[in-house]
Write a protein that binds this ligand. Structure first.
Ligand code: CTP
Ligand SMILES: C[C@](O)(CO)[C@H](O)COP(=O)(O)O
Length: 234
């Protein structure tokens, strides 16, 4: 069925978190957030290789994690780019020969459930492109720069998109190449594939797969760790 590679992107600055230490290195329980994420994919048997993309100044620290936590599937730790998309692209360029499927995952989403990773991958293998997502719970409005509501999309068609996002590798490579040629920058990989005219399928995950982004996410993350996704429950 082809080998599976995983790209973990963790080269962001965490500016919305506002901590001196970038958020992916903050302690969550006994370990840095990023280590939780890496261990999760290390422990998925189907994963052949993990590429970890981090800030240039964090290469040594992260190579240390690979040693200290026995992250044997993490074959490369490399420096990311200015945008998330650039970081993913660098990861794609480093995958070894023979990888046919790729999962792209945010380093700051340590709580994705293994079962949902499998669901997403299964859908991608059937349809070439799939992402985890949850239906939105709030009413979402389109608002202009003067904070005036312009429209209210039908909530039944709105989903909050998460990672991992799973693709046939050749498809994601083509999508990144096209985006680069056209100087398009998207906020996730699915957007780049959508632009090729390829359908991306949504697989329902759960609301615990948060992207740790702002300070109020930290106590919530501790709570999820202690009450929902404790060690061994992932
Ligand atoms: N140039 C970038 C920007 C982001 N990311 C990664 O993409 C994931 C999702 O991004 P986000 O949560 O926005 O992280 P930051 O960019 O660090 O946050 P902020 O926008 O608040 O600075 C994170 O794991 C982040 O490290 C990356 O690898 N390279
Ligand atoms: C990829 C992503 O996590 C899907 O929700 C999200 O788009 C990342 O956006 P960010 O601005 O880099 O946090």
């Amino acid at each position: 069925m082809g080998k599976l590679g995983v790209i973990i992107v963790a080269a962001g600055k965490g500016s919305r978190m506002g901590t001196a230490e970038s958020k992916q290195y903050l302690q969550l329980g006994q370990k840095p957030i990023l280590v939780h994420t890496l261990q999760l994919f290390q422990n998925i048997q189907e994963v052949h290789e993990i590429i970890l993309v981090v800030g240039e100044h964090d290469l040594d620290r992260c190579r240390g994690y690979v040693q200290d936590y026995g992250l044997s599937k993490t074959t490369h730790v490399l420096a990311g780019g200015a945008e998330r998309q650039d970081s993913v692209r660098r990861g794609l360029d480093s995958l070894q020969q023979g990888i046919d499927w790729v999962l792209v995952h945010d380093g700051v989403r340590p709580f994705v459930k293994k079962e949902h990773v499998f669901d997403c991958l299964k859908k991608a293998k059937e349809q070439d492109a799939a992402v985890l997502a949850v239906p939105v719970k709030d009413t979402i409005k389109v608002v202009d720069s003067a904070k005036r509501i312009q429209s209210t999309p039908d909530r039944r068609s709105l989903w909050a998109i998460q990672t991992p996002q799973a693709f046939r590798l050749s498809l994601l490579q083509e999508a990144h190449e096209r985006a680069s040629q056209e100087s398009f920058i998207g906020t996730d990989d699915a957007m780049l594939v959508e632009r090729l005219g390829t359908t991306v399928h949504v697989v329902e995950g759960d609301y615990y797969n948060i992207k740790i982004t702002t300070p109020e996410d930290l106590p919530w993350a501790e709570w999820i760790l202690n009450h929902v996704r404790g060690e061994g429950q992932l």
